[in-house]
Ligand binder design. Structure first.
Ligand code: PGA
Length: 241
């Protein structure tokens, strides 16, 4: 069984005045069998890398540009993110797909850039409520996955299944739906790709034990509850050993 990855996505939250988060998290968690990751806004990647140094907590980014450098005002390349201390890059989050019109083809190109830059991507996929109610969730999500995966992902690509309707809403998919979707995604992975499949969408200390105990759930991608070290620790403590 894969070691579980518990990743925090801070989204557009976080200032340098909040870096005591890392000491507070380490104190609250103690020893954890999980791999831990925090993806702060790009402005904090370098300072978070320093604050997390020696803690075993990895730092990641929330997006990247496909190109290595050049005339792309406001964008950041994989090399820049790595230089600041990032080891992972979240790609294709539904908020980016919605707010910036990111397509799976663009996500795939970014994932290729992440691979080329020596980092690991976390590719997000998930259905809307309408797609689930129409009975199309598994088809939509596996198609999204296959269109977003880079060639030769090997072991440097993770997947996050995040139903769009469960993000930030307090609603989570049922255990049966999570198991079914994670099983479908595992089955759809090309030979040679050993991606972990994380669940995301309103994961909290109160539901973490149930979700992290499910078959084929290799971790969690946590938004809101990753902003508070006590809540995030409460999730981490439910890691399956
Ligand atoms: P949430 O966000 O935990 O606040 O629902 C999850 C995510 O968007 O990754």
């Amino acid at each position: 069984m894969a070691r579980q990855l518990i990743a925090g996505n801070w989204k557009m939250n976080g200032l340098s005045s909040q870096l005591s988060f890392f000491d507070d998290l380490v104190n609250a968690v103690g020893d954890s069998p999980a791999e831990l990751l925090i993806c702060p806004p790009a402005t904090l990647i370098e300072r978070c890398s320093r604050a997390a140094d020696g803690s075993g907590i990895a730092i990641g980014a929330q997006d990247c540009h496909v190109s290595a450098s050049g005339a792309h005002t406001g964008d950041l390349s994989v090399a820049m993110l790595a230089d600041a201390g990032a080891r992972f890059v979240i790609l294709g989050h539904s908020e980016r797909r919605a707010d910036h019109g990111e397509t799976s083809a663009e996500v795939k190109a970014k994932a290729e850039a992440v691979l080329a830059g020596g980092l690991t991507s976390i590719i997000c996929v998930g259905e809307t409520l309408e797609q689930r109610e129409q009975g199309n969730a598994e088809t939509v999500v596996t198609e999204q996955l296959l269109a977003s995966l880079p060639e030769n992902a090997g072991d440097r690509c993770e997947i996050a299944y995040e139903p769009v309707w469960a993000i930030g809403t307090g609603r989570t998919a049922s255990s049966a739906d999570i198991v079914a979707m994670h099983g479908a995604l595992k089955a759809a992975l090309p030979a040679g790709v050993s991606a972990r499949i994380l669940y995301g969408g309103s994961v909290k200390p109160q539901n973490a034990e149930e979700i992290l105990g499910l078959d084929n759930v290799d971790g969690a991608l946590v938004g809101g509850a990753s902003l508070n070290p006590v809540d995030f620790a409460g999730i981490i403590k439910n890691t399956r050993c």
